[in-house]
Design a binder for this molecule. Sequence first.
Ligand SMILES: [Zn+2]
Length: 311
Amino acid sequence: MPHPALGLGFARSRLDRTALPRDGEALARHAADPSALTVVIAGEVPILLVPAEGGSPTALMPLPGLDRLPGGVREQALLGTWDGRPALATLLDPGAAEAVAGDPGFQALDLRSIAVGGVVPEEEAGLLAAAKSVLSWHARHRFCANCGAPTAPAQAGFRRDCGACSAQHFPRTDPVVIMLVTRGDHCLLGRQARFPAGNYSCLAGFLEPGETVEDAVRREVREEAGIGVGRVAYHSSQPWPFPSSLMIGCVADALDEALTIDREELEDARWFHRDEVALMMENRHPGGLRNPPPVAIAHHLIRSFLEGARG
Ligand SMILES: [Zn+2]
């Protein structure tokens, strides 16, 4: 699809990643710009700015406003520009989220709840996702994976360099395949034990090194449901910043029907007729079964099956 579907979490952003060069001085230069904006994450938790005049919280706050927040700046990255203003990501100590609890000017809330609840505009949730992924990467890569020496941020926060062995480390994204397997008027949905009661979704799993997207889809479906898969087609993708996944949404044709379910992975999986899925999507299923909400890419894969659209 040409544009992210409405409601798909973390997929929209007005961030212009190309507007500012990421040279060695870029971060300091733009951090000194009085028009600069930042999103703020304390440990794993975004801190939102609540307007004094009321209205919705925003993820974007003027960079000079950081002075009002407790705790030291652990890391910063220059993400790009937002409406022409430099946009940074700032990582604070985890304690800052608790410290603002009584301050009506701020709201600390986990990113999943922000997206599901539509607490900030969709495009700001996308910006928060980018910030959280790159800042989480900094927090977890303070030492060189090659030699174990400390690393230091470079390239405006989009690289870490090792002073001992000169290795350069780049922010990572972990690809996950998520697929709707169909056979005629039926699709295959499963549930993990940790899902809310009654929720059925697409199968999914991490790509392994050296594997194509198509082969990962076929392997995961074979492992989890014992089903052979033929044609695999790309549908759309979604950043999933927990901490830095990319969900690669696919549709896939089943070659057979008899399920052998991996009970370690799935509590249940079964074929659903499209009429039953339609009831689930509308929250009218007589057994109370449901599909994931629009914030999840699975919702859009299932919806496109119901609408008869493919690929
Ligand atoms: Zn090293």
